[in-house]
Ligand binder design. Structure first.
Ligand code: ATP
Length: 436
């Protein structure tokens, strides 16, 4: 299969209602996107797949949902106010602005090819600042969080006391983060508003390296389990000069995007940096007393931090395929059933009133368990192609024989194979096919 081009995904997303450019009727709002009927379902599925693996299937991780707006103190303590910046250069010829660390040649402008025309690099803080309350002045400045992680650190004691967990244990969160990126781009890969799925795993200091290795492997495997071919993924440890100031080791899960390898998720050993910073700045104790050993210590933290939108782009790119069925080329999204916007489409063979009641009745029982689509327009072949293109794993077709034999046709997206299934067995058959 030929590598998927980014344009193929961008077009499909627009055409089928996954992702639209934001504020399009006003000419668009650069590098912002709105998620349509299918995209919003898929985003939710990515989020839920992560929560299922990271929280539901474990007894040592709990979920929180912290505030997006935060006071300056939080980001002073975290180091974001001082350090969360990118080096910026301007081209004096074409007036374009670039991230210095993203330039292929630090002397040549990628826009106008001017040589040696860059200004000195300036540090540009990536946080969005706004105003809380009606009065301007000191103390009213607040920030939109640039990562969800600080919510876990500032709630460490709250969660420890209310959840009855003890290290090793994790606090997870999925939610929006905001960064005033200098060079957003590559569709939903880098935007100024995006969603993160992050987990802070608190461990006894000596266990840090072993848990770091554990989470690197577990996070890579998550993408494989959800259908990304292993050869499109790599775990890349950071070189020493790439490490953040707090990190004792970081590795990125990278995906082979159409423009090359790019970060999907980072796994970092943040040591005790964050808890110590917040304890110092707030004056609160952020540590753990182990009654078994009579020891008090500040836990070390391993953080897997991924992006919901970036993951969605990768899942779409890896799933996109074109093949030939009955001499006709079709586009098919081979999405994992957990990620597919619709799990099942119910399709009455014709729009005739005679089939509608039975089809609607089947739809009602299936929608109780699955997100389903219902489509009664156009020829059945066209409707199958439509479902293939949006990644629906199974179609259930109700035809005139169904009224006589109490059976329907179940069609498989990947093989296009069709089997006749008694309606009374439909739930069992779909559960077996979908895996849930
Ligand atoms: P990059 O180097 O690509 O800017 P980062 O190393 O700054 O990413 P982290 O701070 O580790 O990213 O954030 C964790 C995850 O959040 C990233 O792996 C990515 O999936 C997601 N993410 C970060 N910035 C953005 C963005 N601007 N748009 C979309 N997703 C993002």
């Amino acid at each position: 299969m030929a590598a998927t081009e980014l344009d193929q995904i961008v077009n499909l997303c627009k055409r089928r209602g996954f992702v639209y450019p934001s504020a399009e009727i006003y000419g668009g709002f650069r590098s912002s996107y709105d998620y349509g009927p299918l995209g919003s379902l898929m985003l939710r599925n990515v989020r839920e797949a992560w929560i299922r693996t990271m929280v539901q299937q474990r007894d040592d991780v709990v979920l929180i949902d912290a505030a997006i707006l935060g006071p300056a103190q939080v980001f002073e303590a975290s180091g974001h106010l001082a350090n969360f910046s990118d080096p910026l250069v301007d081209c004096t010829k074409c007036k374009q602005r670039f991230r210095q660390d993203h330039l292929t040649d630090p002397n040549v402008c990628p826009n106008c090819a001017a040589v040696g025309a860059f200004t000195e690099a300036r540090e540009f803080n990536l946080m969005f600042k706004t105003q809380a309350g009606p009065v301007e002045g000191s103390g009213t400045e607040v920030y939109l969080r640039p990562e969800t992680a600080q919510g876990m650190f500032v709630n460490f004691t709250n969660v420890l006391q209310t959840s009855r967990k003890k290290p090793p244990f994790g606090i997870a969160q999925v939610g929006k983060s905001f960064r005033n990126e200098i060079t957003p781009g590559n569709f939903i890969f880098r935007t100024r508003e995006f969603e993160q799925m992050e987990m802070e795993f608190f461990v006894p200091p000596a266990e840090g390296p072993a848990w770091y290795e554990y989470w690197c492997n577990a996070r890579l495997q998550w993408y494989v389990d959800l259908g990304i071919p292993p050869e499109m993924l790599v775990l890349r440890p950071h070189a020493d000069d790439e490490l953040s100031h707090y990190s004792a080791g970081t590795a990125d899960v990278e995906f082979l995007y159409p423009w090359g390898w790019g970060e999907l998720e980072g796994i970092a050993q943040r040591t005790d940096f964050d808890l110590i910073q917040h304890a110092d700045h707030s004056g609160e104790k952020l540590d753990y007393f182990d009654q078994a050993t009579n020891e008090r210590y500040v836990p070390h933290v391993i953080e897997p931090a991924g992006g919901v939108n970036r993951a969605m782009a990768a899942f779409l790119l890896a799933a996109y395929d074109e093949d030939v069925v009955n001499g006709e080329t079709r586009t098919v999204l081979r999405l994992h059933p957990r990620l597919a916007p619709y799990k099942v489409a119910v399709l009455p063979l014709s729009k005739k009133d005679t089939l509608t009641p039975l089809a609607k009745q089947i739809l009602a029982t299936l929608s109780d368990r699955y997100m389903c689509d219902y489509d009664e327009t156009q020829a059945i072949g066209k409707r199958y192609r439509r479902q293939d293109e949006i990644g629906t794993p199974l179609c259930v077709t109700v035809d005139f024989d169904s009224l006589e034999d109490g059976a329907v046709t179940v069609r498989d997206r990947d093989t296009t194979e069709q089997v006749r299934v008694p309606i009374v067995e439909i739930h069992t058959v779909l559960r077996d096919r979908l895996g849930f």
